[in-house]
Write a protein that binds this ligand. Sequence first.
Ligand SMILES: Nc1nc2c(ncn2[C@@H]2O[C@H](COP(=O)(O)OP(=O)(O)OP(=O)(O)O)[C@@H](O)[C@H]2O)c(=O)[nH]1
Length: 246
Amino acid sequence: MTDETKSHRALRLGVAGPVGTGKSSVIATICRQLRDEFALGVVTNDIYTDEDTRFLKSAGVLPEERIRAVETGACPHTAIRDDVTMNLMAVEDMERDFAPLDIVLVESGGDNLTATFSPALVDAQLFVLDVAGGGDVARKGGPGIARADLLVINKIDLGPHVDVDVDRMVADAEAARHGAPVLALSRHRPETVAALCDWVRAIHGSWANGSHTPIDPGPMAPHHHGPKDDHTHAHGHSHPHHHPHD
Ligand SMILES: Nc1nc2c(ncn2[C@@H]2O[C@H](COP(=O)(O)OP(=O)(O)OP(=O)(O)O)[C@@H](O)[C@H]2O)c(=O)[nH]1
């Protein structure tokens, strides 16, 4: 990587999670709150449409040219994990066209509980659940829930309407993540939006100073991360072969 390329490199932050949990809304919130503080760009993934891009553009959260769609035409899981070429090119184009950018947000196509980003594409990732999906979802685990850099439990304002005990759901999520961060969020509750922004600032800070290590949440996560990394996954063993984690 040349010095020039390096200086154009932004923090690449993935936002994954099941359909309709609020990924686009989380990205819109981050853009609205932090666009004066950070230079931002957004890449969305839809299977056949550019609907998420159109939503974000119409919300007016960033200049339109800073929001681009990748139409994957296939399982969205593939485009963010197995062959990330289309996404990587979109992110690199964005970084080059608007250099220097601080953060490029990448939204996954809505998928099921198993879709996570490859660390070849993003430096860090949020996984978004919502209370409307049911209070027991967090207990079901899966790579995103267990090992994304941040688990967001969204739409907590809806808890009473869908008979979900939000505190319980957060506690279940914390147990599934062995203490990794969980954020209860509602765009209608400013203190939760502020906590989301603080997390983004912190992850950008640790990425910029080199103290952040990108992780692969799985599902085919290798157990060994190289000679300088003593990180192990939170499932109780660390033998050197690969196997599905879900
Ligand atoms: N009550 C409430 N509704 C929310 C909140 N955040 C998002 N929503 C609503 O949830 C619905 C889905 O939000 P989106 O942001 O489109 O979800 P998504 O995960 O991007 O959806 P896909 O791209 O289709 O997977 C929309 O109707 C939003 O208005 C919230 O904090 N509270």
